[in-house]
Design a protein around this ligand. Sequence first.
Ligand SMILES: Nc1ncnc2c1ncn2[C@@H]1O[C@H](COP(=O)(O)OP(=O)(O)OP(=O)(O)O)[C@@H](O)[C@H]1O
Length: 270
Amino acid sequence: MSEPVLVASDVTIEYPAHSVSAAYTAVRGVSLRIEPGEIIGLVGSSGSGKSTFAQVAAGQAGRGSRESVPRIVGGGLRTLGFDLRKGVRGRTFNKLTFGVGYLPQDSSSDLTSNMTIAESIAEPLFSRDKRYNEKDASLRVATLLDALLLPVGTARKLPHELSSGQRQRVAIARSLILDPVFYVADEPTAGVDVSVRGPVIDVISQLQRDRGATTLIVSHDLEVLRRSVDRIVVLHEGVVVGLGTIDDVLNDPRHPYVAGLAKAIGGRGQ
Ligand SMILES: Nc1ncnc2c1ncn2[C@@H]1O[C@H](COP(=O)(O)OP(=O)(O)OP(=O)(O)O)[C@@H](O)[C@H]1O
C-alpha cells in the first residue's frame, strides 16, 4: 500500500499578528488524508480557509508578497512525506516543489507581459532543464492549449491579447506542464466563461487521472466540481464540516452550512 499524498492531523494554521492586526486562526483542527490518484474538491464560503489550507499544503506558505504568511501552529501536515510543520527551505523546498504543482488564486495576472503564451507555458520546463528539447516543449504547449480549449494560435500571442478567462487557462497550462505528482489548484476557473468552467475542471482531472496523479481543487462552486472529483472537503470558518463523496456529504448534512449547500444544489434541479 503506497503512502498517502497528504496527511493533515488536527492541523491548525494561523496568520501571525503584525503591526495593525492581531493573530488570526484561519484553519482549525483539520484532519484529512488524500490517497494517491484521488481528485479532491475543497469547498466552502469566502473566508473559510480554503486558500490558506491549499497554500500551506502545497508547501508555499513562505512565498508571496502578503504582509503575513500563514504558519502551522498545531497538529501536523505532511505532503509527499515532507513534514510541513518543520518548514521547508532550500533543497527540501526544491524537492517538494519538484512533485507539487501549485496554481495560486488570481494567477492569470502573473503572466509576464512581454513573453508569448508559448514561452510562458514552457518556461518551467526550461527553468528545470536548460537543454530541454524545443520541439518537445512546443508539442507539449500545443497539447495543453488544445486540451484547455484554447485555439493553437494562442501560443504566439502576448498576455494582453487574451481575455482574462483565457489567461487563466494559460496559467493552468503553465502550472501543469511539469506533470505534477500532486496538483493544488486554487479557484482554477475564476474568471473563466461559465460555459467552459465544468470542461476545464474535467480536463485538469483527466490529465491528472491519466498519470495516476493526485489533485486538490479549491472552489466555492460545487457545481463545477460535481462531475470530476472523487470526494469533497467542506470548510466552514476554518473547520471541516463535511467530508466524503458529494452525494454522501449532501445527502447527510451534519452542519447547517452543508444543509444550505445541499438545498442550493437541489434547488437547481440536481
Ligand atoms: N495575510 C493574511 N493575514 C491575516 N489574515 C488573513 C490573511 N489572508 C487571509 N486571512 C484571513 O484568513 C481567513 C481565511 O482566508 P482564505 O483566503 O484562506 O479563505 P478562502 O476560503 O480561500 O476565501 P476565498 O474563497 O474568498 O478565497 C479569512 O478570514 C481571511 O481574512
